[in-house]
Write a protein that binds this ligand. Structure first.
Ligand code: PLP
Length: 379
């Protein structure tokens, strides 16, 4: 019997928010207090939009109170209706943003390597009511943007990407947000770049950005004109201030996460039944998640057993994105949600485990987590 490695004395979660020095935020708060300008397109909002446009190398970016409202607004801005083809392997917000627009999600199976929506399974689902394809760059792995783009062009469909995990993702040096009509980013506290809650919508056309900016502010154009039935999706000055400060620290945080990822890869890739989910060649990792797939070999341990076993070591991993969205009661009655229609997603969702990834944990933390996983696998 092997000796068990030591448990962590404090709980280790899948992520922890990047927190800049408090003094820097307090200084910003003092300025906000003095200005008495809390929200409604203040100076920090404008500064963060500009800073992110430069950082992400995009032309048309609108800040939002959170990523979910940004995605809902994207559906409105692009006037989507009827049905939208999407992936079941995602966070609930993806199909819910469609449902809130009275659009029916149509689930397509995923590609077994990229874990993103499989373009080869989309075409058979396109019907007279289809208005768009909504892909998710899950874990920051880009969808097959070329394949999806070609399909959309052939069928006259819009393309939206849920890029909640894809801040800073690049494909052969090109920002992932260059593809599709619109891409949503989430700045939730769990994301590498965050504003506590927050998000952005990046769109291809200047005219769409004008619509988006109206939509996030009740449709108000000026004191006497309300152009659209908009919503309140505005990012406030406190969020924007936090974002401006966090931008200074994300490169250092990324480097720490990259070193942790290197440790995980080196230590875990050879273990029986374990596969590291990798970025395809030429893709810059957003360093948002590190995910392994565990497929029990010769009676070895399953993903669910490792997930449970790690808790005894005070390591709280997440089985993102189990269960599939197509399994939720609200969607399970749809024809496209039938398990036999989504065999790849059903197989993969049982295997995935997101491991803790945040700079503070460091390489030593990653080594200790690997010790625990090895111990549980070989026990
Ligand atoms: C894939 C995906 N889409 C959408 C969201 C929702 O983003 P937000 O929390 O900013 O509303 C999340 C969660 O953070 C997510 O993981």
């Amino acid at each position: 019997m092997r000796q068990a490695p030591p448990a962590f004395s404090e709980p280790v979660y899948v992520t922890r928010p990047l927190l800049p020095p408090l003094e820097e935020f307090v200084e910003q708060l003092q300025q906000i207090w003095a200005s008495k300008w809390m929200t409604n397109g203040g100076g920090r909002h404008a500064a963060l939009e500009q800073a992110l446009r430069e950082h992400l190398r995009v032309s048309h970016l609108s800040l939002f109170a959170n990523g979910t409202i940004a995605l809902m607004a994207a559906c409105q801005a692009l006037e989507l209706t009827g049905e939208v083809i999407t992936t079941p392997f995602t966070f609930p917000a993806t199909p819910h943003a469609l449902s809130w627009n009275r659009i029916t999600p149509v689930f397509a199976d995923i590609d077994p390597d990229s874990l993103t929506i499989d373009p080869n399974r989309i075409e058979e689902l396109i019907g007279p009511r289809t208005s768009a394809i909504l892909g998710v760059h899950v874990y920051g792995i880009p969808c097959d943007v070329d394949g999806i783009g070609r399909l959309a062009e052939r069928h006259g469909l819009r393309v939206i990407y849920d890029g909640a995990h894809a801040f800073g993702t690049e494909i052969d040096g090109r920002p992932v947000t260059d593809f599709g009509d619109a891409t949503m980013l989430s700045f939730h506290a769990t994301k590498l770049f965050h504003t506590a809650e927050g998000g952005a919508l990046i769109v291809r056309e200047a005219e769409t950005k004008r619509r988006v900016d109206l939509l996030k502010n009740f449709g108000i154009k000026n004191e006497t004109e309300v152009m659209l039935p908009g919503i309140n999706g505005k990012m406030n000055e406190l969020q924007a201030a936090l974002g401006l400060i966090n931008l200074r620290y994300i490169d250092a945080e990324r480097s720490k996460r990259e070193r942790m990822i290197a440790v995980y890869r080196e230590r875990l890739a050879g273990l029986p039944g374990v596969r590291c989910v990798r970025m395809p060649p030429g893709v810059r990792d957003s360093c948002q998640y590190f995910v392994i797939r565990i497929r029990p070999e010769n009676g070895g341990r399953s993903c669910a057993e490792i997930y449970q076993g790690l808790k005894a070591f005070n390591i709280h991993t997440r089985r993102y994105f189990y269960p599939l969205c197509s399994e939720y009661g609200h969607y399970s009655g749809l024809a496209s949600a039938r398990p036999e229609h989504l065999p790849v997603a059903h197989e993969i969702v049982k295997e995935v485990l997101s491991l803790p990834l945040y700079g503070e944990l460091g390489e030593e933390g990653a080594h200790r987590i690997c010790d625990c996983i090895s111990y549980l696998l070989y026990r």
